[in-house]
Design a binder for this molecule. Structure first.
Ligand code: SAH
Length: 218
């Protein structure tokens, strides 16, 4: 079945409606999410479900996050057009593509070579030239490019990793899922002030774990 322009417009409207009804209300975030076609980041028979508000499997046993969670995280990050952003956990590349419309420069890292390489190809095809991808263990951040205005972690750790806190500018914001187990995690926002870090709990979430070292496909 081929889609016509009306079907595509209808699908887009439903997608944006679902985001709004789950609390994604920031206009810049909604505009960025309207520009990025999630269908480009999902492969095989799951591609048909790309516009539904659910996480989906991608390569290397990982997942592309649920669109409303991507929206809420992006909203909490409060990115401005001058920002240099680090994303830990490239995965499919979907989140980084959205950030690329909201920030000056996006660095995104993943521990799986295949994910980094497939996401880079999509960024090139979409002409998203302000994204730099790198294969690395993101729990150590990206010291060469630090400090960052914003840091977004899309895999769950027990606590905010020290090197990432250290690479956040004063006034900077980091959004990440934290939790002791796979089942119970909270999305938190950490804001760095002159004197320390403020922590704010946002919502319960479920992410794949932040793992040490590089993935086995290397
Ligand atoms: N943001 C992604 C979804 C991420 S899934 C998207 O938009 O599709 C979480 C990703 O974090 C996985 O791809 C996993 O390989 C990666 N990851 C887990 N631990 C990591 C680490 N220590 N360093 C870098 N990436 C890591």
């Amino acid at each position: 079945m081929t889609e016509n322009a009306d079907d595509i417009a209808e699908r887009k409207m439903q997608f944006l409606f679902a985001l709004r009804s789950r609390g994604v209300t920031n206009t810049r975030v909604l505009e960025a999410m309207e520009k990025v076609d999630r269908g480009r980041f999902v492969r095989g028979h799951f591609a048909a479900r790309a516009y539904e508000d659910m996480p989906l499997p991608i390569a290397c046993g990982q997942t592309i996050s649920q669109p409303s969670v991507v929206g809420l995280m992006t909203q909490a990050l409060d990115t401005s057009p001058r920002d240099k952003v680090l994303e830990v956990g490239t995965g499919s590349g979907y989140q980084a593509a959205i950030l690329s419309h909201l920030a000056r420069r996006v660095y995104t890292v993943d521990r799986h070579r295949r994910l980094v390489s497939e996401a880079s190809t999509i960024f090139r095809e979409l002409d998203l030239t302000n994204i730099t991808t790198q294969l690395s263990d993101g729990s150590f951040g990206l010291p060469d490019q630090a400090p960052f205005d914003r840091i977004l972690v899309t895999a769950a750790a027990e606590d905010a990793p020290g090197p990432l806190l250290a690479q956040l500018k004063i006034g900077g914001i980091m959004v990440l899922p934290v939790g002791q187990s796979d089942a119970v995690q909270s999305l938190i926002r950490v804001t760095r002030s002159e004197t320390g870090f403020d922590y704010e709990e946002l919502l319960p979430v479920r992410f794949v774990p932040l793992l040490e070292g590089l993935g086995r496909d290397v």
